[in-house]
Write a protein that binds this ligand. Structure first.
Ligand code: PDD
Length: 289
């Protein structure tokens, strides 16, 4: 089935959706994006994603004429037009079209805005059941990973390297400490059941799922510590897991071929995943999405 896609104010069949070859997103990766999960045809944590989009726009001096209500409306229309029950809405904003020049135009060019849906099983995810094997790789990305840009070549290479080595994903390491996963935030659970995830900085993306998991954990009297950890500490932890909009919480069962804990998906990761799904569905029933 052909999807309906949003391009610069129009809803068009995906076969007709296109942007200019002069778009700075295409030529310079001069663009940012957001991925919002959809469960039961409703958006999960939309406010957080919209807020982070504005933060990314600000940091890059990019301008977007759509406010949050308009953005939400685009998301909802795409969900409806594509009868999406479970999966994601991808939104990308680039600086727009200009003659190729490293310096971007000082005057505001109209941003290019593209959005589309993608189906994905999230609640009944086979990966959540079996847990992920991860490898560690050096973090070779740029120094502003807090901005959600479309410069995704290194994460994409990291994921391919993981696959080549029979694993599912990579955790990235800088100065001896894990920054985050190739497209997720990284967590461990120590032997006192304290959850540990790296503190926010320019070195990692400020995950929306990370934030909600942290809130849920604290509401359920779990301790959370924000600090960096080594691969060795993670391998010796009771549990490890990762968070992102499209995975919610995925248990990690091995790191560089060493089993974490029992080598099976951990109880706390599974519980947090359950709590996340319950809380999202409750927020929907309360009409918050
Ligand atoms: N990625 N860190 C990185 C590098 C990411 O790319 C992502 C999300 C996260 C988790 O952020 P959030 O919880 O807000 O999704 C952390 C998305 C899902 C993607 O690129 O598809």
């Amino acid at each position: 089935m052909l999807r309906t896609v949003y391009v610069n104010g129009r809803y068009v069949p995906e076969s007709e959706a296109s942007v200019s070859v002069f778009d700075r997103g295409f030529l310079f990766a001069d663009g940012i994006y957001e991925v919002t999960a959809v469960l039961k045809g409703r958006l999960v944590d939309f406010e957080g994603h919209a807020a982070r989009l504005h933060r990314s726009l600000n940091e890059l001096n990019m301008h977007l004429s759509l406010n949050d209500n308009a953005l939400r409306d685009i998301h909802r229309q795409l969900i409806d037009k594509n009868a999406l029950q479970e999966g994601l809405v991808y939104l990308q904003v680039t600086r727009g079209v200009a003659d190729r020049d490293f310096a971007y135009p000082e005057s505001q060019t109209p941003a290019t805005v593209v959005a589309f849906t993608q189906q994905k099983p999230i609640i009944d995810s086979p990966l959540a059941e079996r847990g992920l094997k991860v490898i560690s790789l050096p973090d070779m990305r740029w120094g502003r990973r807090d901005i959600k840009t479309v410069q995704l070549l290194y994460p994409s290479m990291a994921k391919m390297e993981a696959k080549k080595r029979g694993a599912d994903d990579a955790w990235l390491v800088e100065s001896g400490l894990v920054t985050e996963g190739s497209s997720s935030n990284a967590w461990i659970v120590d032997h006192d059941n304290t959850l540990i995830t790296r503190e926010l900085s320019r070195s990692l993306l400020h995950g929306i799922t990370r934030r909600t998991v942290m809130q849920l954990a604290r509401e359920h009297d779990m301790k959370v510590e924000e600090r960096g950890f080594t691969i060795k500490e993670a391998q010796n932890a009771r549990e490890a897991f990762m968070t992102s909009a499209t995975s919610l919480v995925y248990p990690v069962v091995s790191i560089d071929q060493r089993p974490v804990g029992s080598g099976e998906p951990g109880e706390i990761a599974r519980a947090l995943r359950r709590l996340y799904i319950e809380a999202s569905l409750e927020a929907m029933d309360a009409g918050q999405n």
